[in-house]
Design a protein around this ligand. Structure first.
Ligand SMILES: [Fe+2]
Length: 360
């Protein structure tokens, strides 16, 4: 199968159910549906701009998803329910209730248990759900990618305890806390009006100040007696940048904790490669480029190093344009040479060096 732009999908057969929308969670279209111009228009209205399709040309090419779509949909729905309850209850208690946190802990476990640890690391992460589902699916995607990054990071670098000793044990405990922080990272957006959150154009100074208040607003919702400081650090500092250019505190380097340094990379990558209410999804290679360019500036170089081994710019199943103009489909990615995947073109697989603008 391959990922094709909606504009070229007419007459093609859908290879995967389209993510469900609405409260009844019925897939928008099922696998095997042939895309007609009418479907094309309807999908465009839903903000869906690319589809997985099957054709003889890409037979045997099976993309690996970081998290299977049914798990993504199920966990995003659970997050939505938990946060709706939290919003209703927040008036009296001022912090998230214990049972809401317990529900979210179960969601983290579900995500952690379903992450694909692909040996060829050719993960497809982009989210093709419509922009209307962005918020909760974004939390789930960031959790999945952040956990994958955290696991690879701590397995190679270890972690430093309060005595300054480097250790390689209890990584699962850290991952559980990291996952909780990632799932809750934007919880403070509850206080930002949706007109500001979804505004397509530039924000006014007042709106921007409101937007920048979401990390602190989020921490205020988490009771310090019951929520770990490591979880709270992700919520408070995920917009801090390695060079000090972030917000709300403008701290830099190691003053930003390890947890939020991991979260920042996962958050930015997913935001770029998912469809948002105000911006279309960019292909994986654009997201990888932004993270790579931010190495040492926006992002911790050690985290970027781990990210580059895990997230491929041209994941399996991506349509690409070859230097000679022909269109091919990525058949296999190579961790050591991420910009030179194996591409199926005219029935044979060839290794091609792809530039930055190669994705179709
Ligand atoms: Fe945020």
């Amino acid at each position: 199968m391959r990922l094709t732009p909606l504009s070229r999908a007419c007459g093609q057969t859908l290879a995967r159910d389209l993510p469900p929308t609405g409260p009844n969670r019925i897939p928008l279209l099922r696998t095997g549906t042939v895309i007609t111009p009418r479907f094309q228009r309807a999908l465009e209205d839903h903000g869906i701009l690319a589809l997985w399709v099957d054709d003889g040309h890409s037979e045997g090419i099976e993309p690996v998803e970081l998290l299977p779509e049914p798990v993504r949909a199920e966990t995003a729905a659970k997050v939505a329910t938990a946060l709706d309850e939290a919003r209703a209850a927040i008036g009296d208690s001022q912090t998230l209730a214990y049972d809401v946190l317990a529900d979210l802990r179960d969601v983290v476990d579900l995500i952690a248990a379903n992450i694909t640890d692909s040996p060829d690391a050719a993960l497809f992460l982009g989210d093709l759900a419509g922009a209307d589902q962005y918020t909760h699916r974004h939390s789930v995607n960031v959790t999945a990618l952040g956990l994958l990054l955290g696991r690879a990071y701590w397995r190679t670098e270890g972690w430093v305890d309060y005595r300054g000793e480097r250790r390689w044990d209890r990584i699962d405990e850290r991952l559980a806390k990291l996952g909780m922080g990632l799932l809750l990272h934007d919880i403070g957006k509850m206080v930002v009006p949706s007109e500001v959150l979804n505004k397509p154009g530039k924000l006014s100074a007042e709106e921007w100040a409101l937007m920048q208040s979401h990390p602190d607003a989020g921490v205020a919702l988490l009771d310090s007696a019951t929520v770990s400081p490591l979880v709270r650090s992700v919520v408070r500092d995920h917009h801090e940048r390695y060079d000090g250019s972030g917000y709300p505190r403008g701290i830099a380097g190691d003053h930003i904790g390890e947890f939020p340094r991991l979260a920042a990379v996962a958050d930015v990558y997913d935001a770029i490669t998912s469809q948002r209410p105000y911006a279309p999804a960019a292909p994986a290679h654009v997201g990888v480029k932004v993270i790579a360019e931010g190495e040492g500036r926006a992002f911790d170089p050690a985290v970027v190093g781990v990210f580059r081994r895990i997230v491929m710019p041209y994941p399996v199943g991506t349509e690409v344009r070859l230097p000679d103009g022909r269109i091919g489909v990525v058949a296999a990615a190579d961790q050591d040479r991420p910009h030179e995947p194996l591409v199926r073109v005219d029935g044979s697989d060839v290794r091609v060096e792809l530039g930055d603008a190669a994705a179709v």
